[in-house]
Design a protein around this ligand. Structure first.
Ligand SMILES: Cc1cc2nc3c(=O)[nH]c(=O)nc-3n(C[C@H](O)[C@H](O)[C@H](O)COP(=O)(O)OP(=O)(O)OC[C@H]3O[C@@H](n4cnc5c(N)ncnc54)[C@H](O)[C@@H]3O)c2cc1C
Ligand code: FES
Length: 316
């Protein structure tokens, strides 16, 4: 006599271990829809972040050129029609700079801008350690192994008429792409650098916005002090914005989030957490986020790097 598993066994007998498979992405989840909101200002922005590419595609792409912008800061142009076509502002690529023990992990670098006509994109990186050091030794014609585009992009909506953009140090790089995509908004930009020698891409930012304000820690260019001081002054003088976008070090983001809340302005922050796998598998990039009345860990690589500022629990 035969019995089916469904009649005789427990549900677990019927299906003891889930089957692994790779399935086509058929439908948007409510989360996509909620994150993206309304119609965007460019054709690319009508797509929801997750249906663009939930996990970036791996590829080996040629370096088109590498230019030194300042001591230890390099602009690299990489040929990839796929990334140029699919990347959204705020997303990043995960780059393997070379094989070897120290550089086995990929390094996350923001997408500075894309050239869709030429099928290329630019990154700017500062040499910090072995990974970025090896990247700086590449030359035109070499290849780089990349997974991308990755991460949740900035939320862009055509109802945002006046925006503020705040960047500090290496955090300025994803913001240029954002400015370029928000063509119809009035854009005020606040950038902070350590000193005059560290200032890069100021001409590009100037062209991409309506007013640019620079602060340096030592006063060697622009206003002396923190970039958040410039934002605070502007808000205290009655300037209003529909949204503030920020990327930079933690204390800067914490202050921007505070100022946005104080002035009742929506705010998105892009976190620069250290990363391991870059695809949500290792927890290296965990950050604390609010979940209703409770909190939990989110993955910056997968759930971010862009978050609404009131979601983040910043370190004390
Ligand atoms: C989403 C995202 C986007 C990024 N975009 C850019 C970018 O556009 N341009 C750019 O120059 N850098 C960017 N970074 C930082 C960059 O990934 C690190 O500087 C890089 O991984 C360092 O690797 P390394 O092997 O050279 O240094 P390592 O040997 O790994 O580290 C050397 C030192 O660098 C510092 N460092 C390492 N990782 C980070 C980090 N994530 N944030 C801050 N400091 C770090 C630490 O002080 C560390 O001790 C981004 C990081 C994230 C998470
Ligand atoms: S970097 Fe591995 S989970 Fe985010």
């Amino acid at each position: 006599m035969t019995n089916s598993g469904a009649q005789k066994g427990t549900p677990l007998d019927a299906q003891p271990v889930g089957r692994k498979g790779v399935y086509p992405y058929l439908k948007r989840t409510p989360l996509d829809v909620q994150f993206t909101g309304g119609k965007g200002v460019s054709p690319y922005l009508n797509r929801t972040p997750l249906d663009v590419q939930p996990v970036g595609r791996k590829g080996v792409y040629p370096v088109v050129r590498l230019d030194a912008l300042a001591p230890d800061i390099y602009l690299m142009r990489i040929a990839s029609g796929y990334i140029a076509e699919n990347a959204l502002p705020g997303q990043f690529v995960n780059i393997r700079s070379c094989e070897g023990i120290n550089t086995l992990l990929r390094r996350p670098i923001s997408i500075l801008r894309v050239d869709r006509d030429k099928g290329a994109f630019d990154i700017v990186f500062q040499v910090r350690g072995k990974g970025t050091g090896m990247l700086a030794m590449k030359k035109a014609g070499d290849t780089v192994d990349i997974i991308g585009p990755l991460g949740k992009p900035f939320f862009i909506n055509e109802s945002f008429r006046k925006i503020a953009v705040v960047g500090g140090g290496i955090g300025i790089f994803p913001l240029l792409f954002l400015l370029k995509e928000m063509q119809s908004a009035e854009k005020t930009v606040f950038l902070g650098f350590r000193n005059k020698e560290c200032i890069v891409l100021s001409d590009d930012f100037e062209k991409a916005c309506d007013s640019l304000h620079i602060a340096t820690d030592d006063g060697s260019a622009g206003r002396k002090g923190l970039v958040t001081g410039l934002l605070e002054e502007s808000l205290d003088n009655g300037q209003t914005f529909d949204i503030i976008y920020a990327c930079g070090p933690g204390p800067m983001l914490k202050k921007v989030a505070y100022l946005a809340k104080k002035h009742n302005i929506r705010c998105q922050v892009s976190l620069e957490q250290r990363m391991g796998c870059g695809i949500g598998a290792c927890l290296v990039c965990a950050c604390k986020t609010k979940q209703g009345d409770d909190w939990d860990y989110s993955h910056v690589c997968k759930d971010g790097p862009v978050f609404w500022s009131d979601q983040i629990i910043f370190d004390e």
